[in-house]
Structure formats: C-alpha cells, structure tokens
Design a protein around this ligand. Structure first.
Ligand SMILES: NC(=O)C1=CN([C@@H]2O[C@H](COP(=O)(O)OP(=O)(O)OC[C@H]3O[C@@H](n4cnc5c(N)ncnc54)[C@H](O)[C@@H]3O)[C@@H](O)[C@H]2O)C=CC1
Ligand SMILES: Nc1nc(O)c(N)c(N[C@@H]2O[C@H](COP(=O)(O)O)[C@@H](O)[C@H]2O)n1
Length: 260
C-alpha cells in the first residue's frame, strides 16, 4: 500500500511543547506518558469495535505524526493492532533516520494479535520505515514462530504477569519499558487501554493529555472513552493547565490530569 507523506508546520510546535517529554529526561524517572487519541463529540474512538474510523482531519493527523517523532514508543492494545492493522510509524517527510521513529508497543497478555509478515507494522519494520514492535505478553502468550518473526524485524516479546483481572498493572508496564531504555511513550488507544489507564487510583502515570476532537458524532455503539467510576467516587476526573488549539476543522485539547 502506498502511504502518504505528511508535513507539520514548525509554527504549530511551540503550543504543544509544554506537554511533550523532555529531550534529556533523568534516566531514573518513570517514562513520560502522553495519552493521545482522536475522539468524536460523543467520546467515541471508532464506530464500533473492529471498525477503523477516520476522525482526524489532515492537520491534526500530521500533528499526531509529529507527536510520534517526539516519543520513544507508541502503545496500543491488541484489539487495535488486530482490527486496525496500524502502521504505528511516523510518515512525516522530514524523517531522515530510523532513530526518529517510535517503537511500537502492543499490550497483548493472551497472545491474540495474530501478526504475520504481511501485518503493516511488521512489513514497515522489515523495510526500515518503522521499528520492530515489542509485544508485551504473559508467559504462554508467545509462540516460537512469532518470536522469530519479531526478531527478524528487530522486535521482541516482553513478559509480564497479569493481575486477577487479566490485565497488567500500568506501573509494571512502564517499569518494564523503562528497563528497556524507553523514556517516553504515547498511548494511542483503544478504549480499554485508555479507560484502564484513567482509572489508575492516584493518576500519577499520565503526564500529559493531547486529544484531537473532531466535529462529528458517531452515535451509540461506538468504542467510548469513559472510565468506570471507582466505588464511592464522587469527584470528577479533571484536567489542569488546559489549552485548546485549532488544527484545521478539529480542535486539539492539551492538559495534565488534576490530581486529587
Ligand atoms: N480514534 C483513535 O485515536 C483510536 C481509535 N482506536 C479504536 O479503538 C478500537 C479498539 O478499542 P478496544 O476494543 O477498547 O481495544 P483496545 O485496543 O484497547 O485493546 C484491548 C485489549 O488490549 C489489552 N489490554 C488493554 N489494557 C490492558 C492492560 N492494562 N493490561 C493488559 N492488557 C491490556 C487486552 O488484551 C484487551 O483485550 C478500535 O476500533 C480502534 O480503531 C484505537 C486507538 C486510537
Ligand atoms: N490520531 C488519530 N486519528 C484518527 O482518526 C484515528 N483513527 C487514529 N487511530 C489510531 O492511529 C492508528 C492508525 O495509525 P496508522 O495511521 O496506521 O499509523 C490506529 O490504530 C489508532 O491507534 N488516530
């Protein structure tokens, strides 16, 4: 498939800068986590689970590709990897080396992502247009064949234990990525990934939020961002240091989570 080449105007960078990871972070700190996704006016990420849905217009899309160059890694859940067959690289025309590409990370505790050499992210890594993905799984979620395929394109499996809910603790995910030298990660989705991140009790993991809001309603039945309220919770989950930036017909909301 021929992919487009994008450009992001340098004048659009300064308003984003306060929300982006430091270029020389302390090696001991946890990786900077930017939560970034595109949503409809009714908080949907897609029309339905399994339906890849374009929300970003051309300007906010190029912003996302710029953000991808400013993070060491880009993380999605295995349903997104399965249904979207995403590229997870940056297609900015200004990219000159593989070092500028983010490392794709797929959360896949049960080994559901059935990637082959034709999967976009694998093919692009083989063509040096993206880095080989790291698949975070539970022991038993890997196969020898998939491990070999990942290794051929510079990727690998990373192993973590899950809790009783079958999920990884987000703190463990960030620790294992930190041990691998990742200093910044942008989490793109999908719904389960974002909602599970937002119910973290202390909200100390998300450093900044950059959300593209598209002028459209997707209607009921979509994959919605709406974290479950914790038992007895009466407070709202709010943002601070908020800025709104128009990008074409979309608006980009930047902020940090207000900690209680
Ligand atoms: N508009 C946007 O910016 C984006 C839209 N999407 C859309 O989202 C939809 C997919 O979302 P969902 O169905 O909610 O699936 P998802 O992409 O969040 O993946 C869910 C799976 O990821 C794994 N997972 C999630 N959190 C985990 C955790 N804490 N520990 C361990 N494993 C974890 C589990 O295996 C779970 O079944 C797709 O339709 C996709 O197109 C996805 C990313 C961005
Ligand atoms: N920023 C943004 N806008 C949209 O309209 C989207 N549908 C998404 N989806 C996310 O981007 C991934 C696709 O990436 P590639 O273009 O294939 O590299 C998709 O899997 C979602 O994570 N994002």
């Amino acid at each position: 498939m021929t992919r487009e080449t994008l450009s992001f105007p340098p004048t659009s960078i300064p308003p984003l800068e306060p929300y982006l990871p430091l270029t020389s972070p302390s090696p001991s700190s946890k990786p900077h986590l930017t939560l970034t996704y595109a949503t409809s006016l009714d908080a949907s990420l897609s029309l339905a689970p399994g339906v890849r849905t374009t929300l970003s217009g051309p300007y906010s899309k190029s912003m996302t590709h710029y953000l991808r160059t400013r993070h060491n890694a880009i993380l999605v859940g295995c349903t997104t990897a399965l249904v979207d067959n995403p590229a997870l690289n940056s297609r900015l025309g200004s990219i000159t080396s593989l070092d500028q590409q983010p490392r794709p990370i797929i959360l896949d505790p049960k080994g559901r992502w059935d990637f082959t050499e034709d999967s976009q992210v694998i093919r692009l890594a083989a063509e040096f247009k993206g880095k080989g993905p790291w698949v975070v799984t539970k022991r038993g979620g890997e196969t020898k064949e998939r491990g070999e395929l990942l290794e051929r394109v510079g990727g690998k499996f990373l192993f973590l234990e899950t809790g009783e809910d079958g999920r990884f603790k987000w703190g463990d995910v960030l620790s294992v990525l930190g041990e691998q030298g990742v200093r910044s990660v942008m989490v793109e989705g999908g719904g389960e990934v974002i909602n599970s991140l937002l119910i973290d009790p202390e909200n100390r993991l998300v450093d900044s939020v950059i959300i593209t809001i598209a002028p459209t309603w997707l209607g009921k039945g979509g994959v919605v961002v709406s974290p479950s309220r914790q038992q007895g919770q009466t407070s709202q989950l709010k943002l601070r240091d908020v800025s709104w930036q128009p990008h074409g017909e979309d608006v980009v909301l930047c902020g940090r989570i207000l900690r209680s």
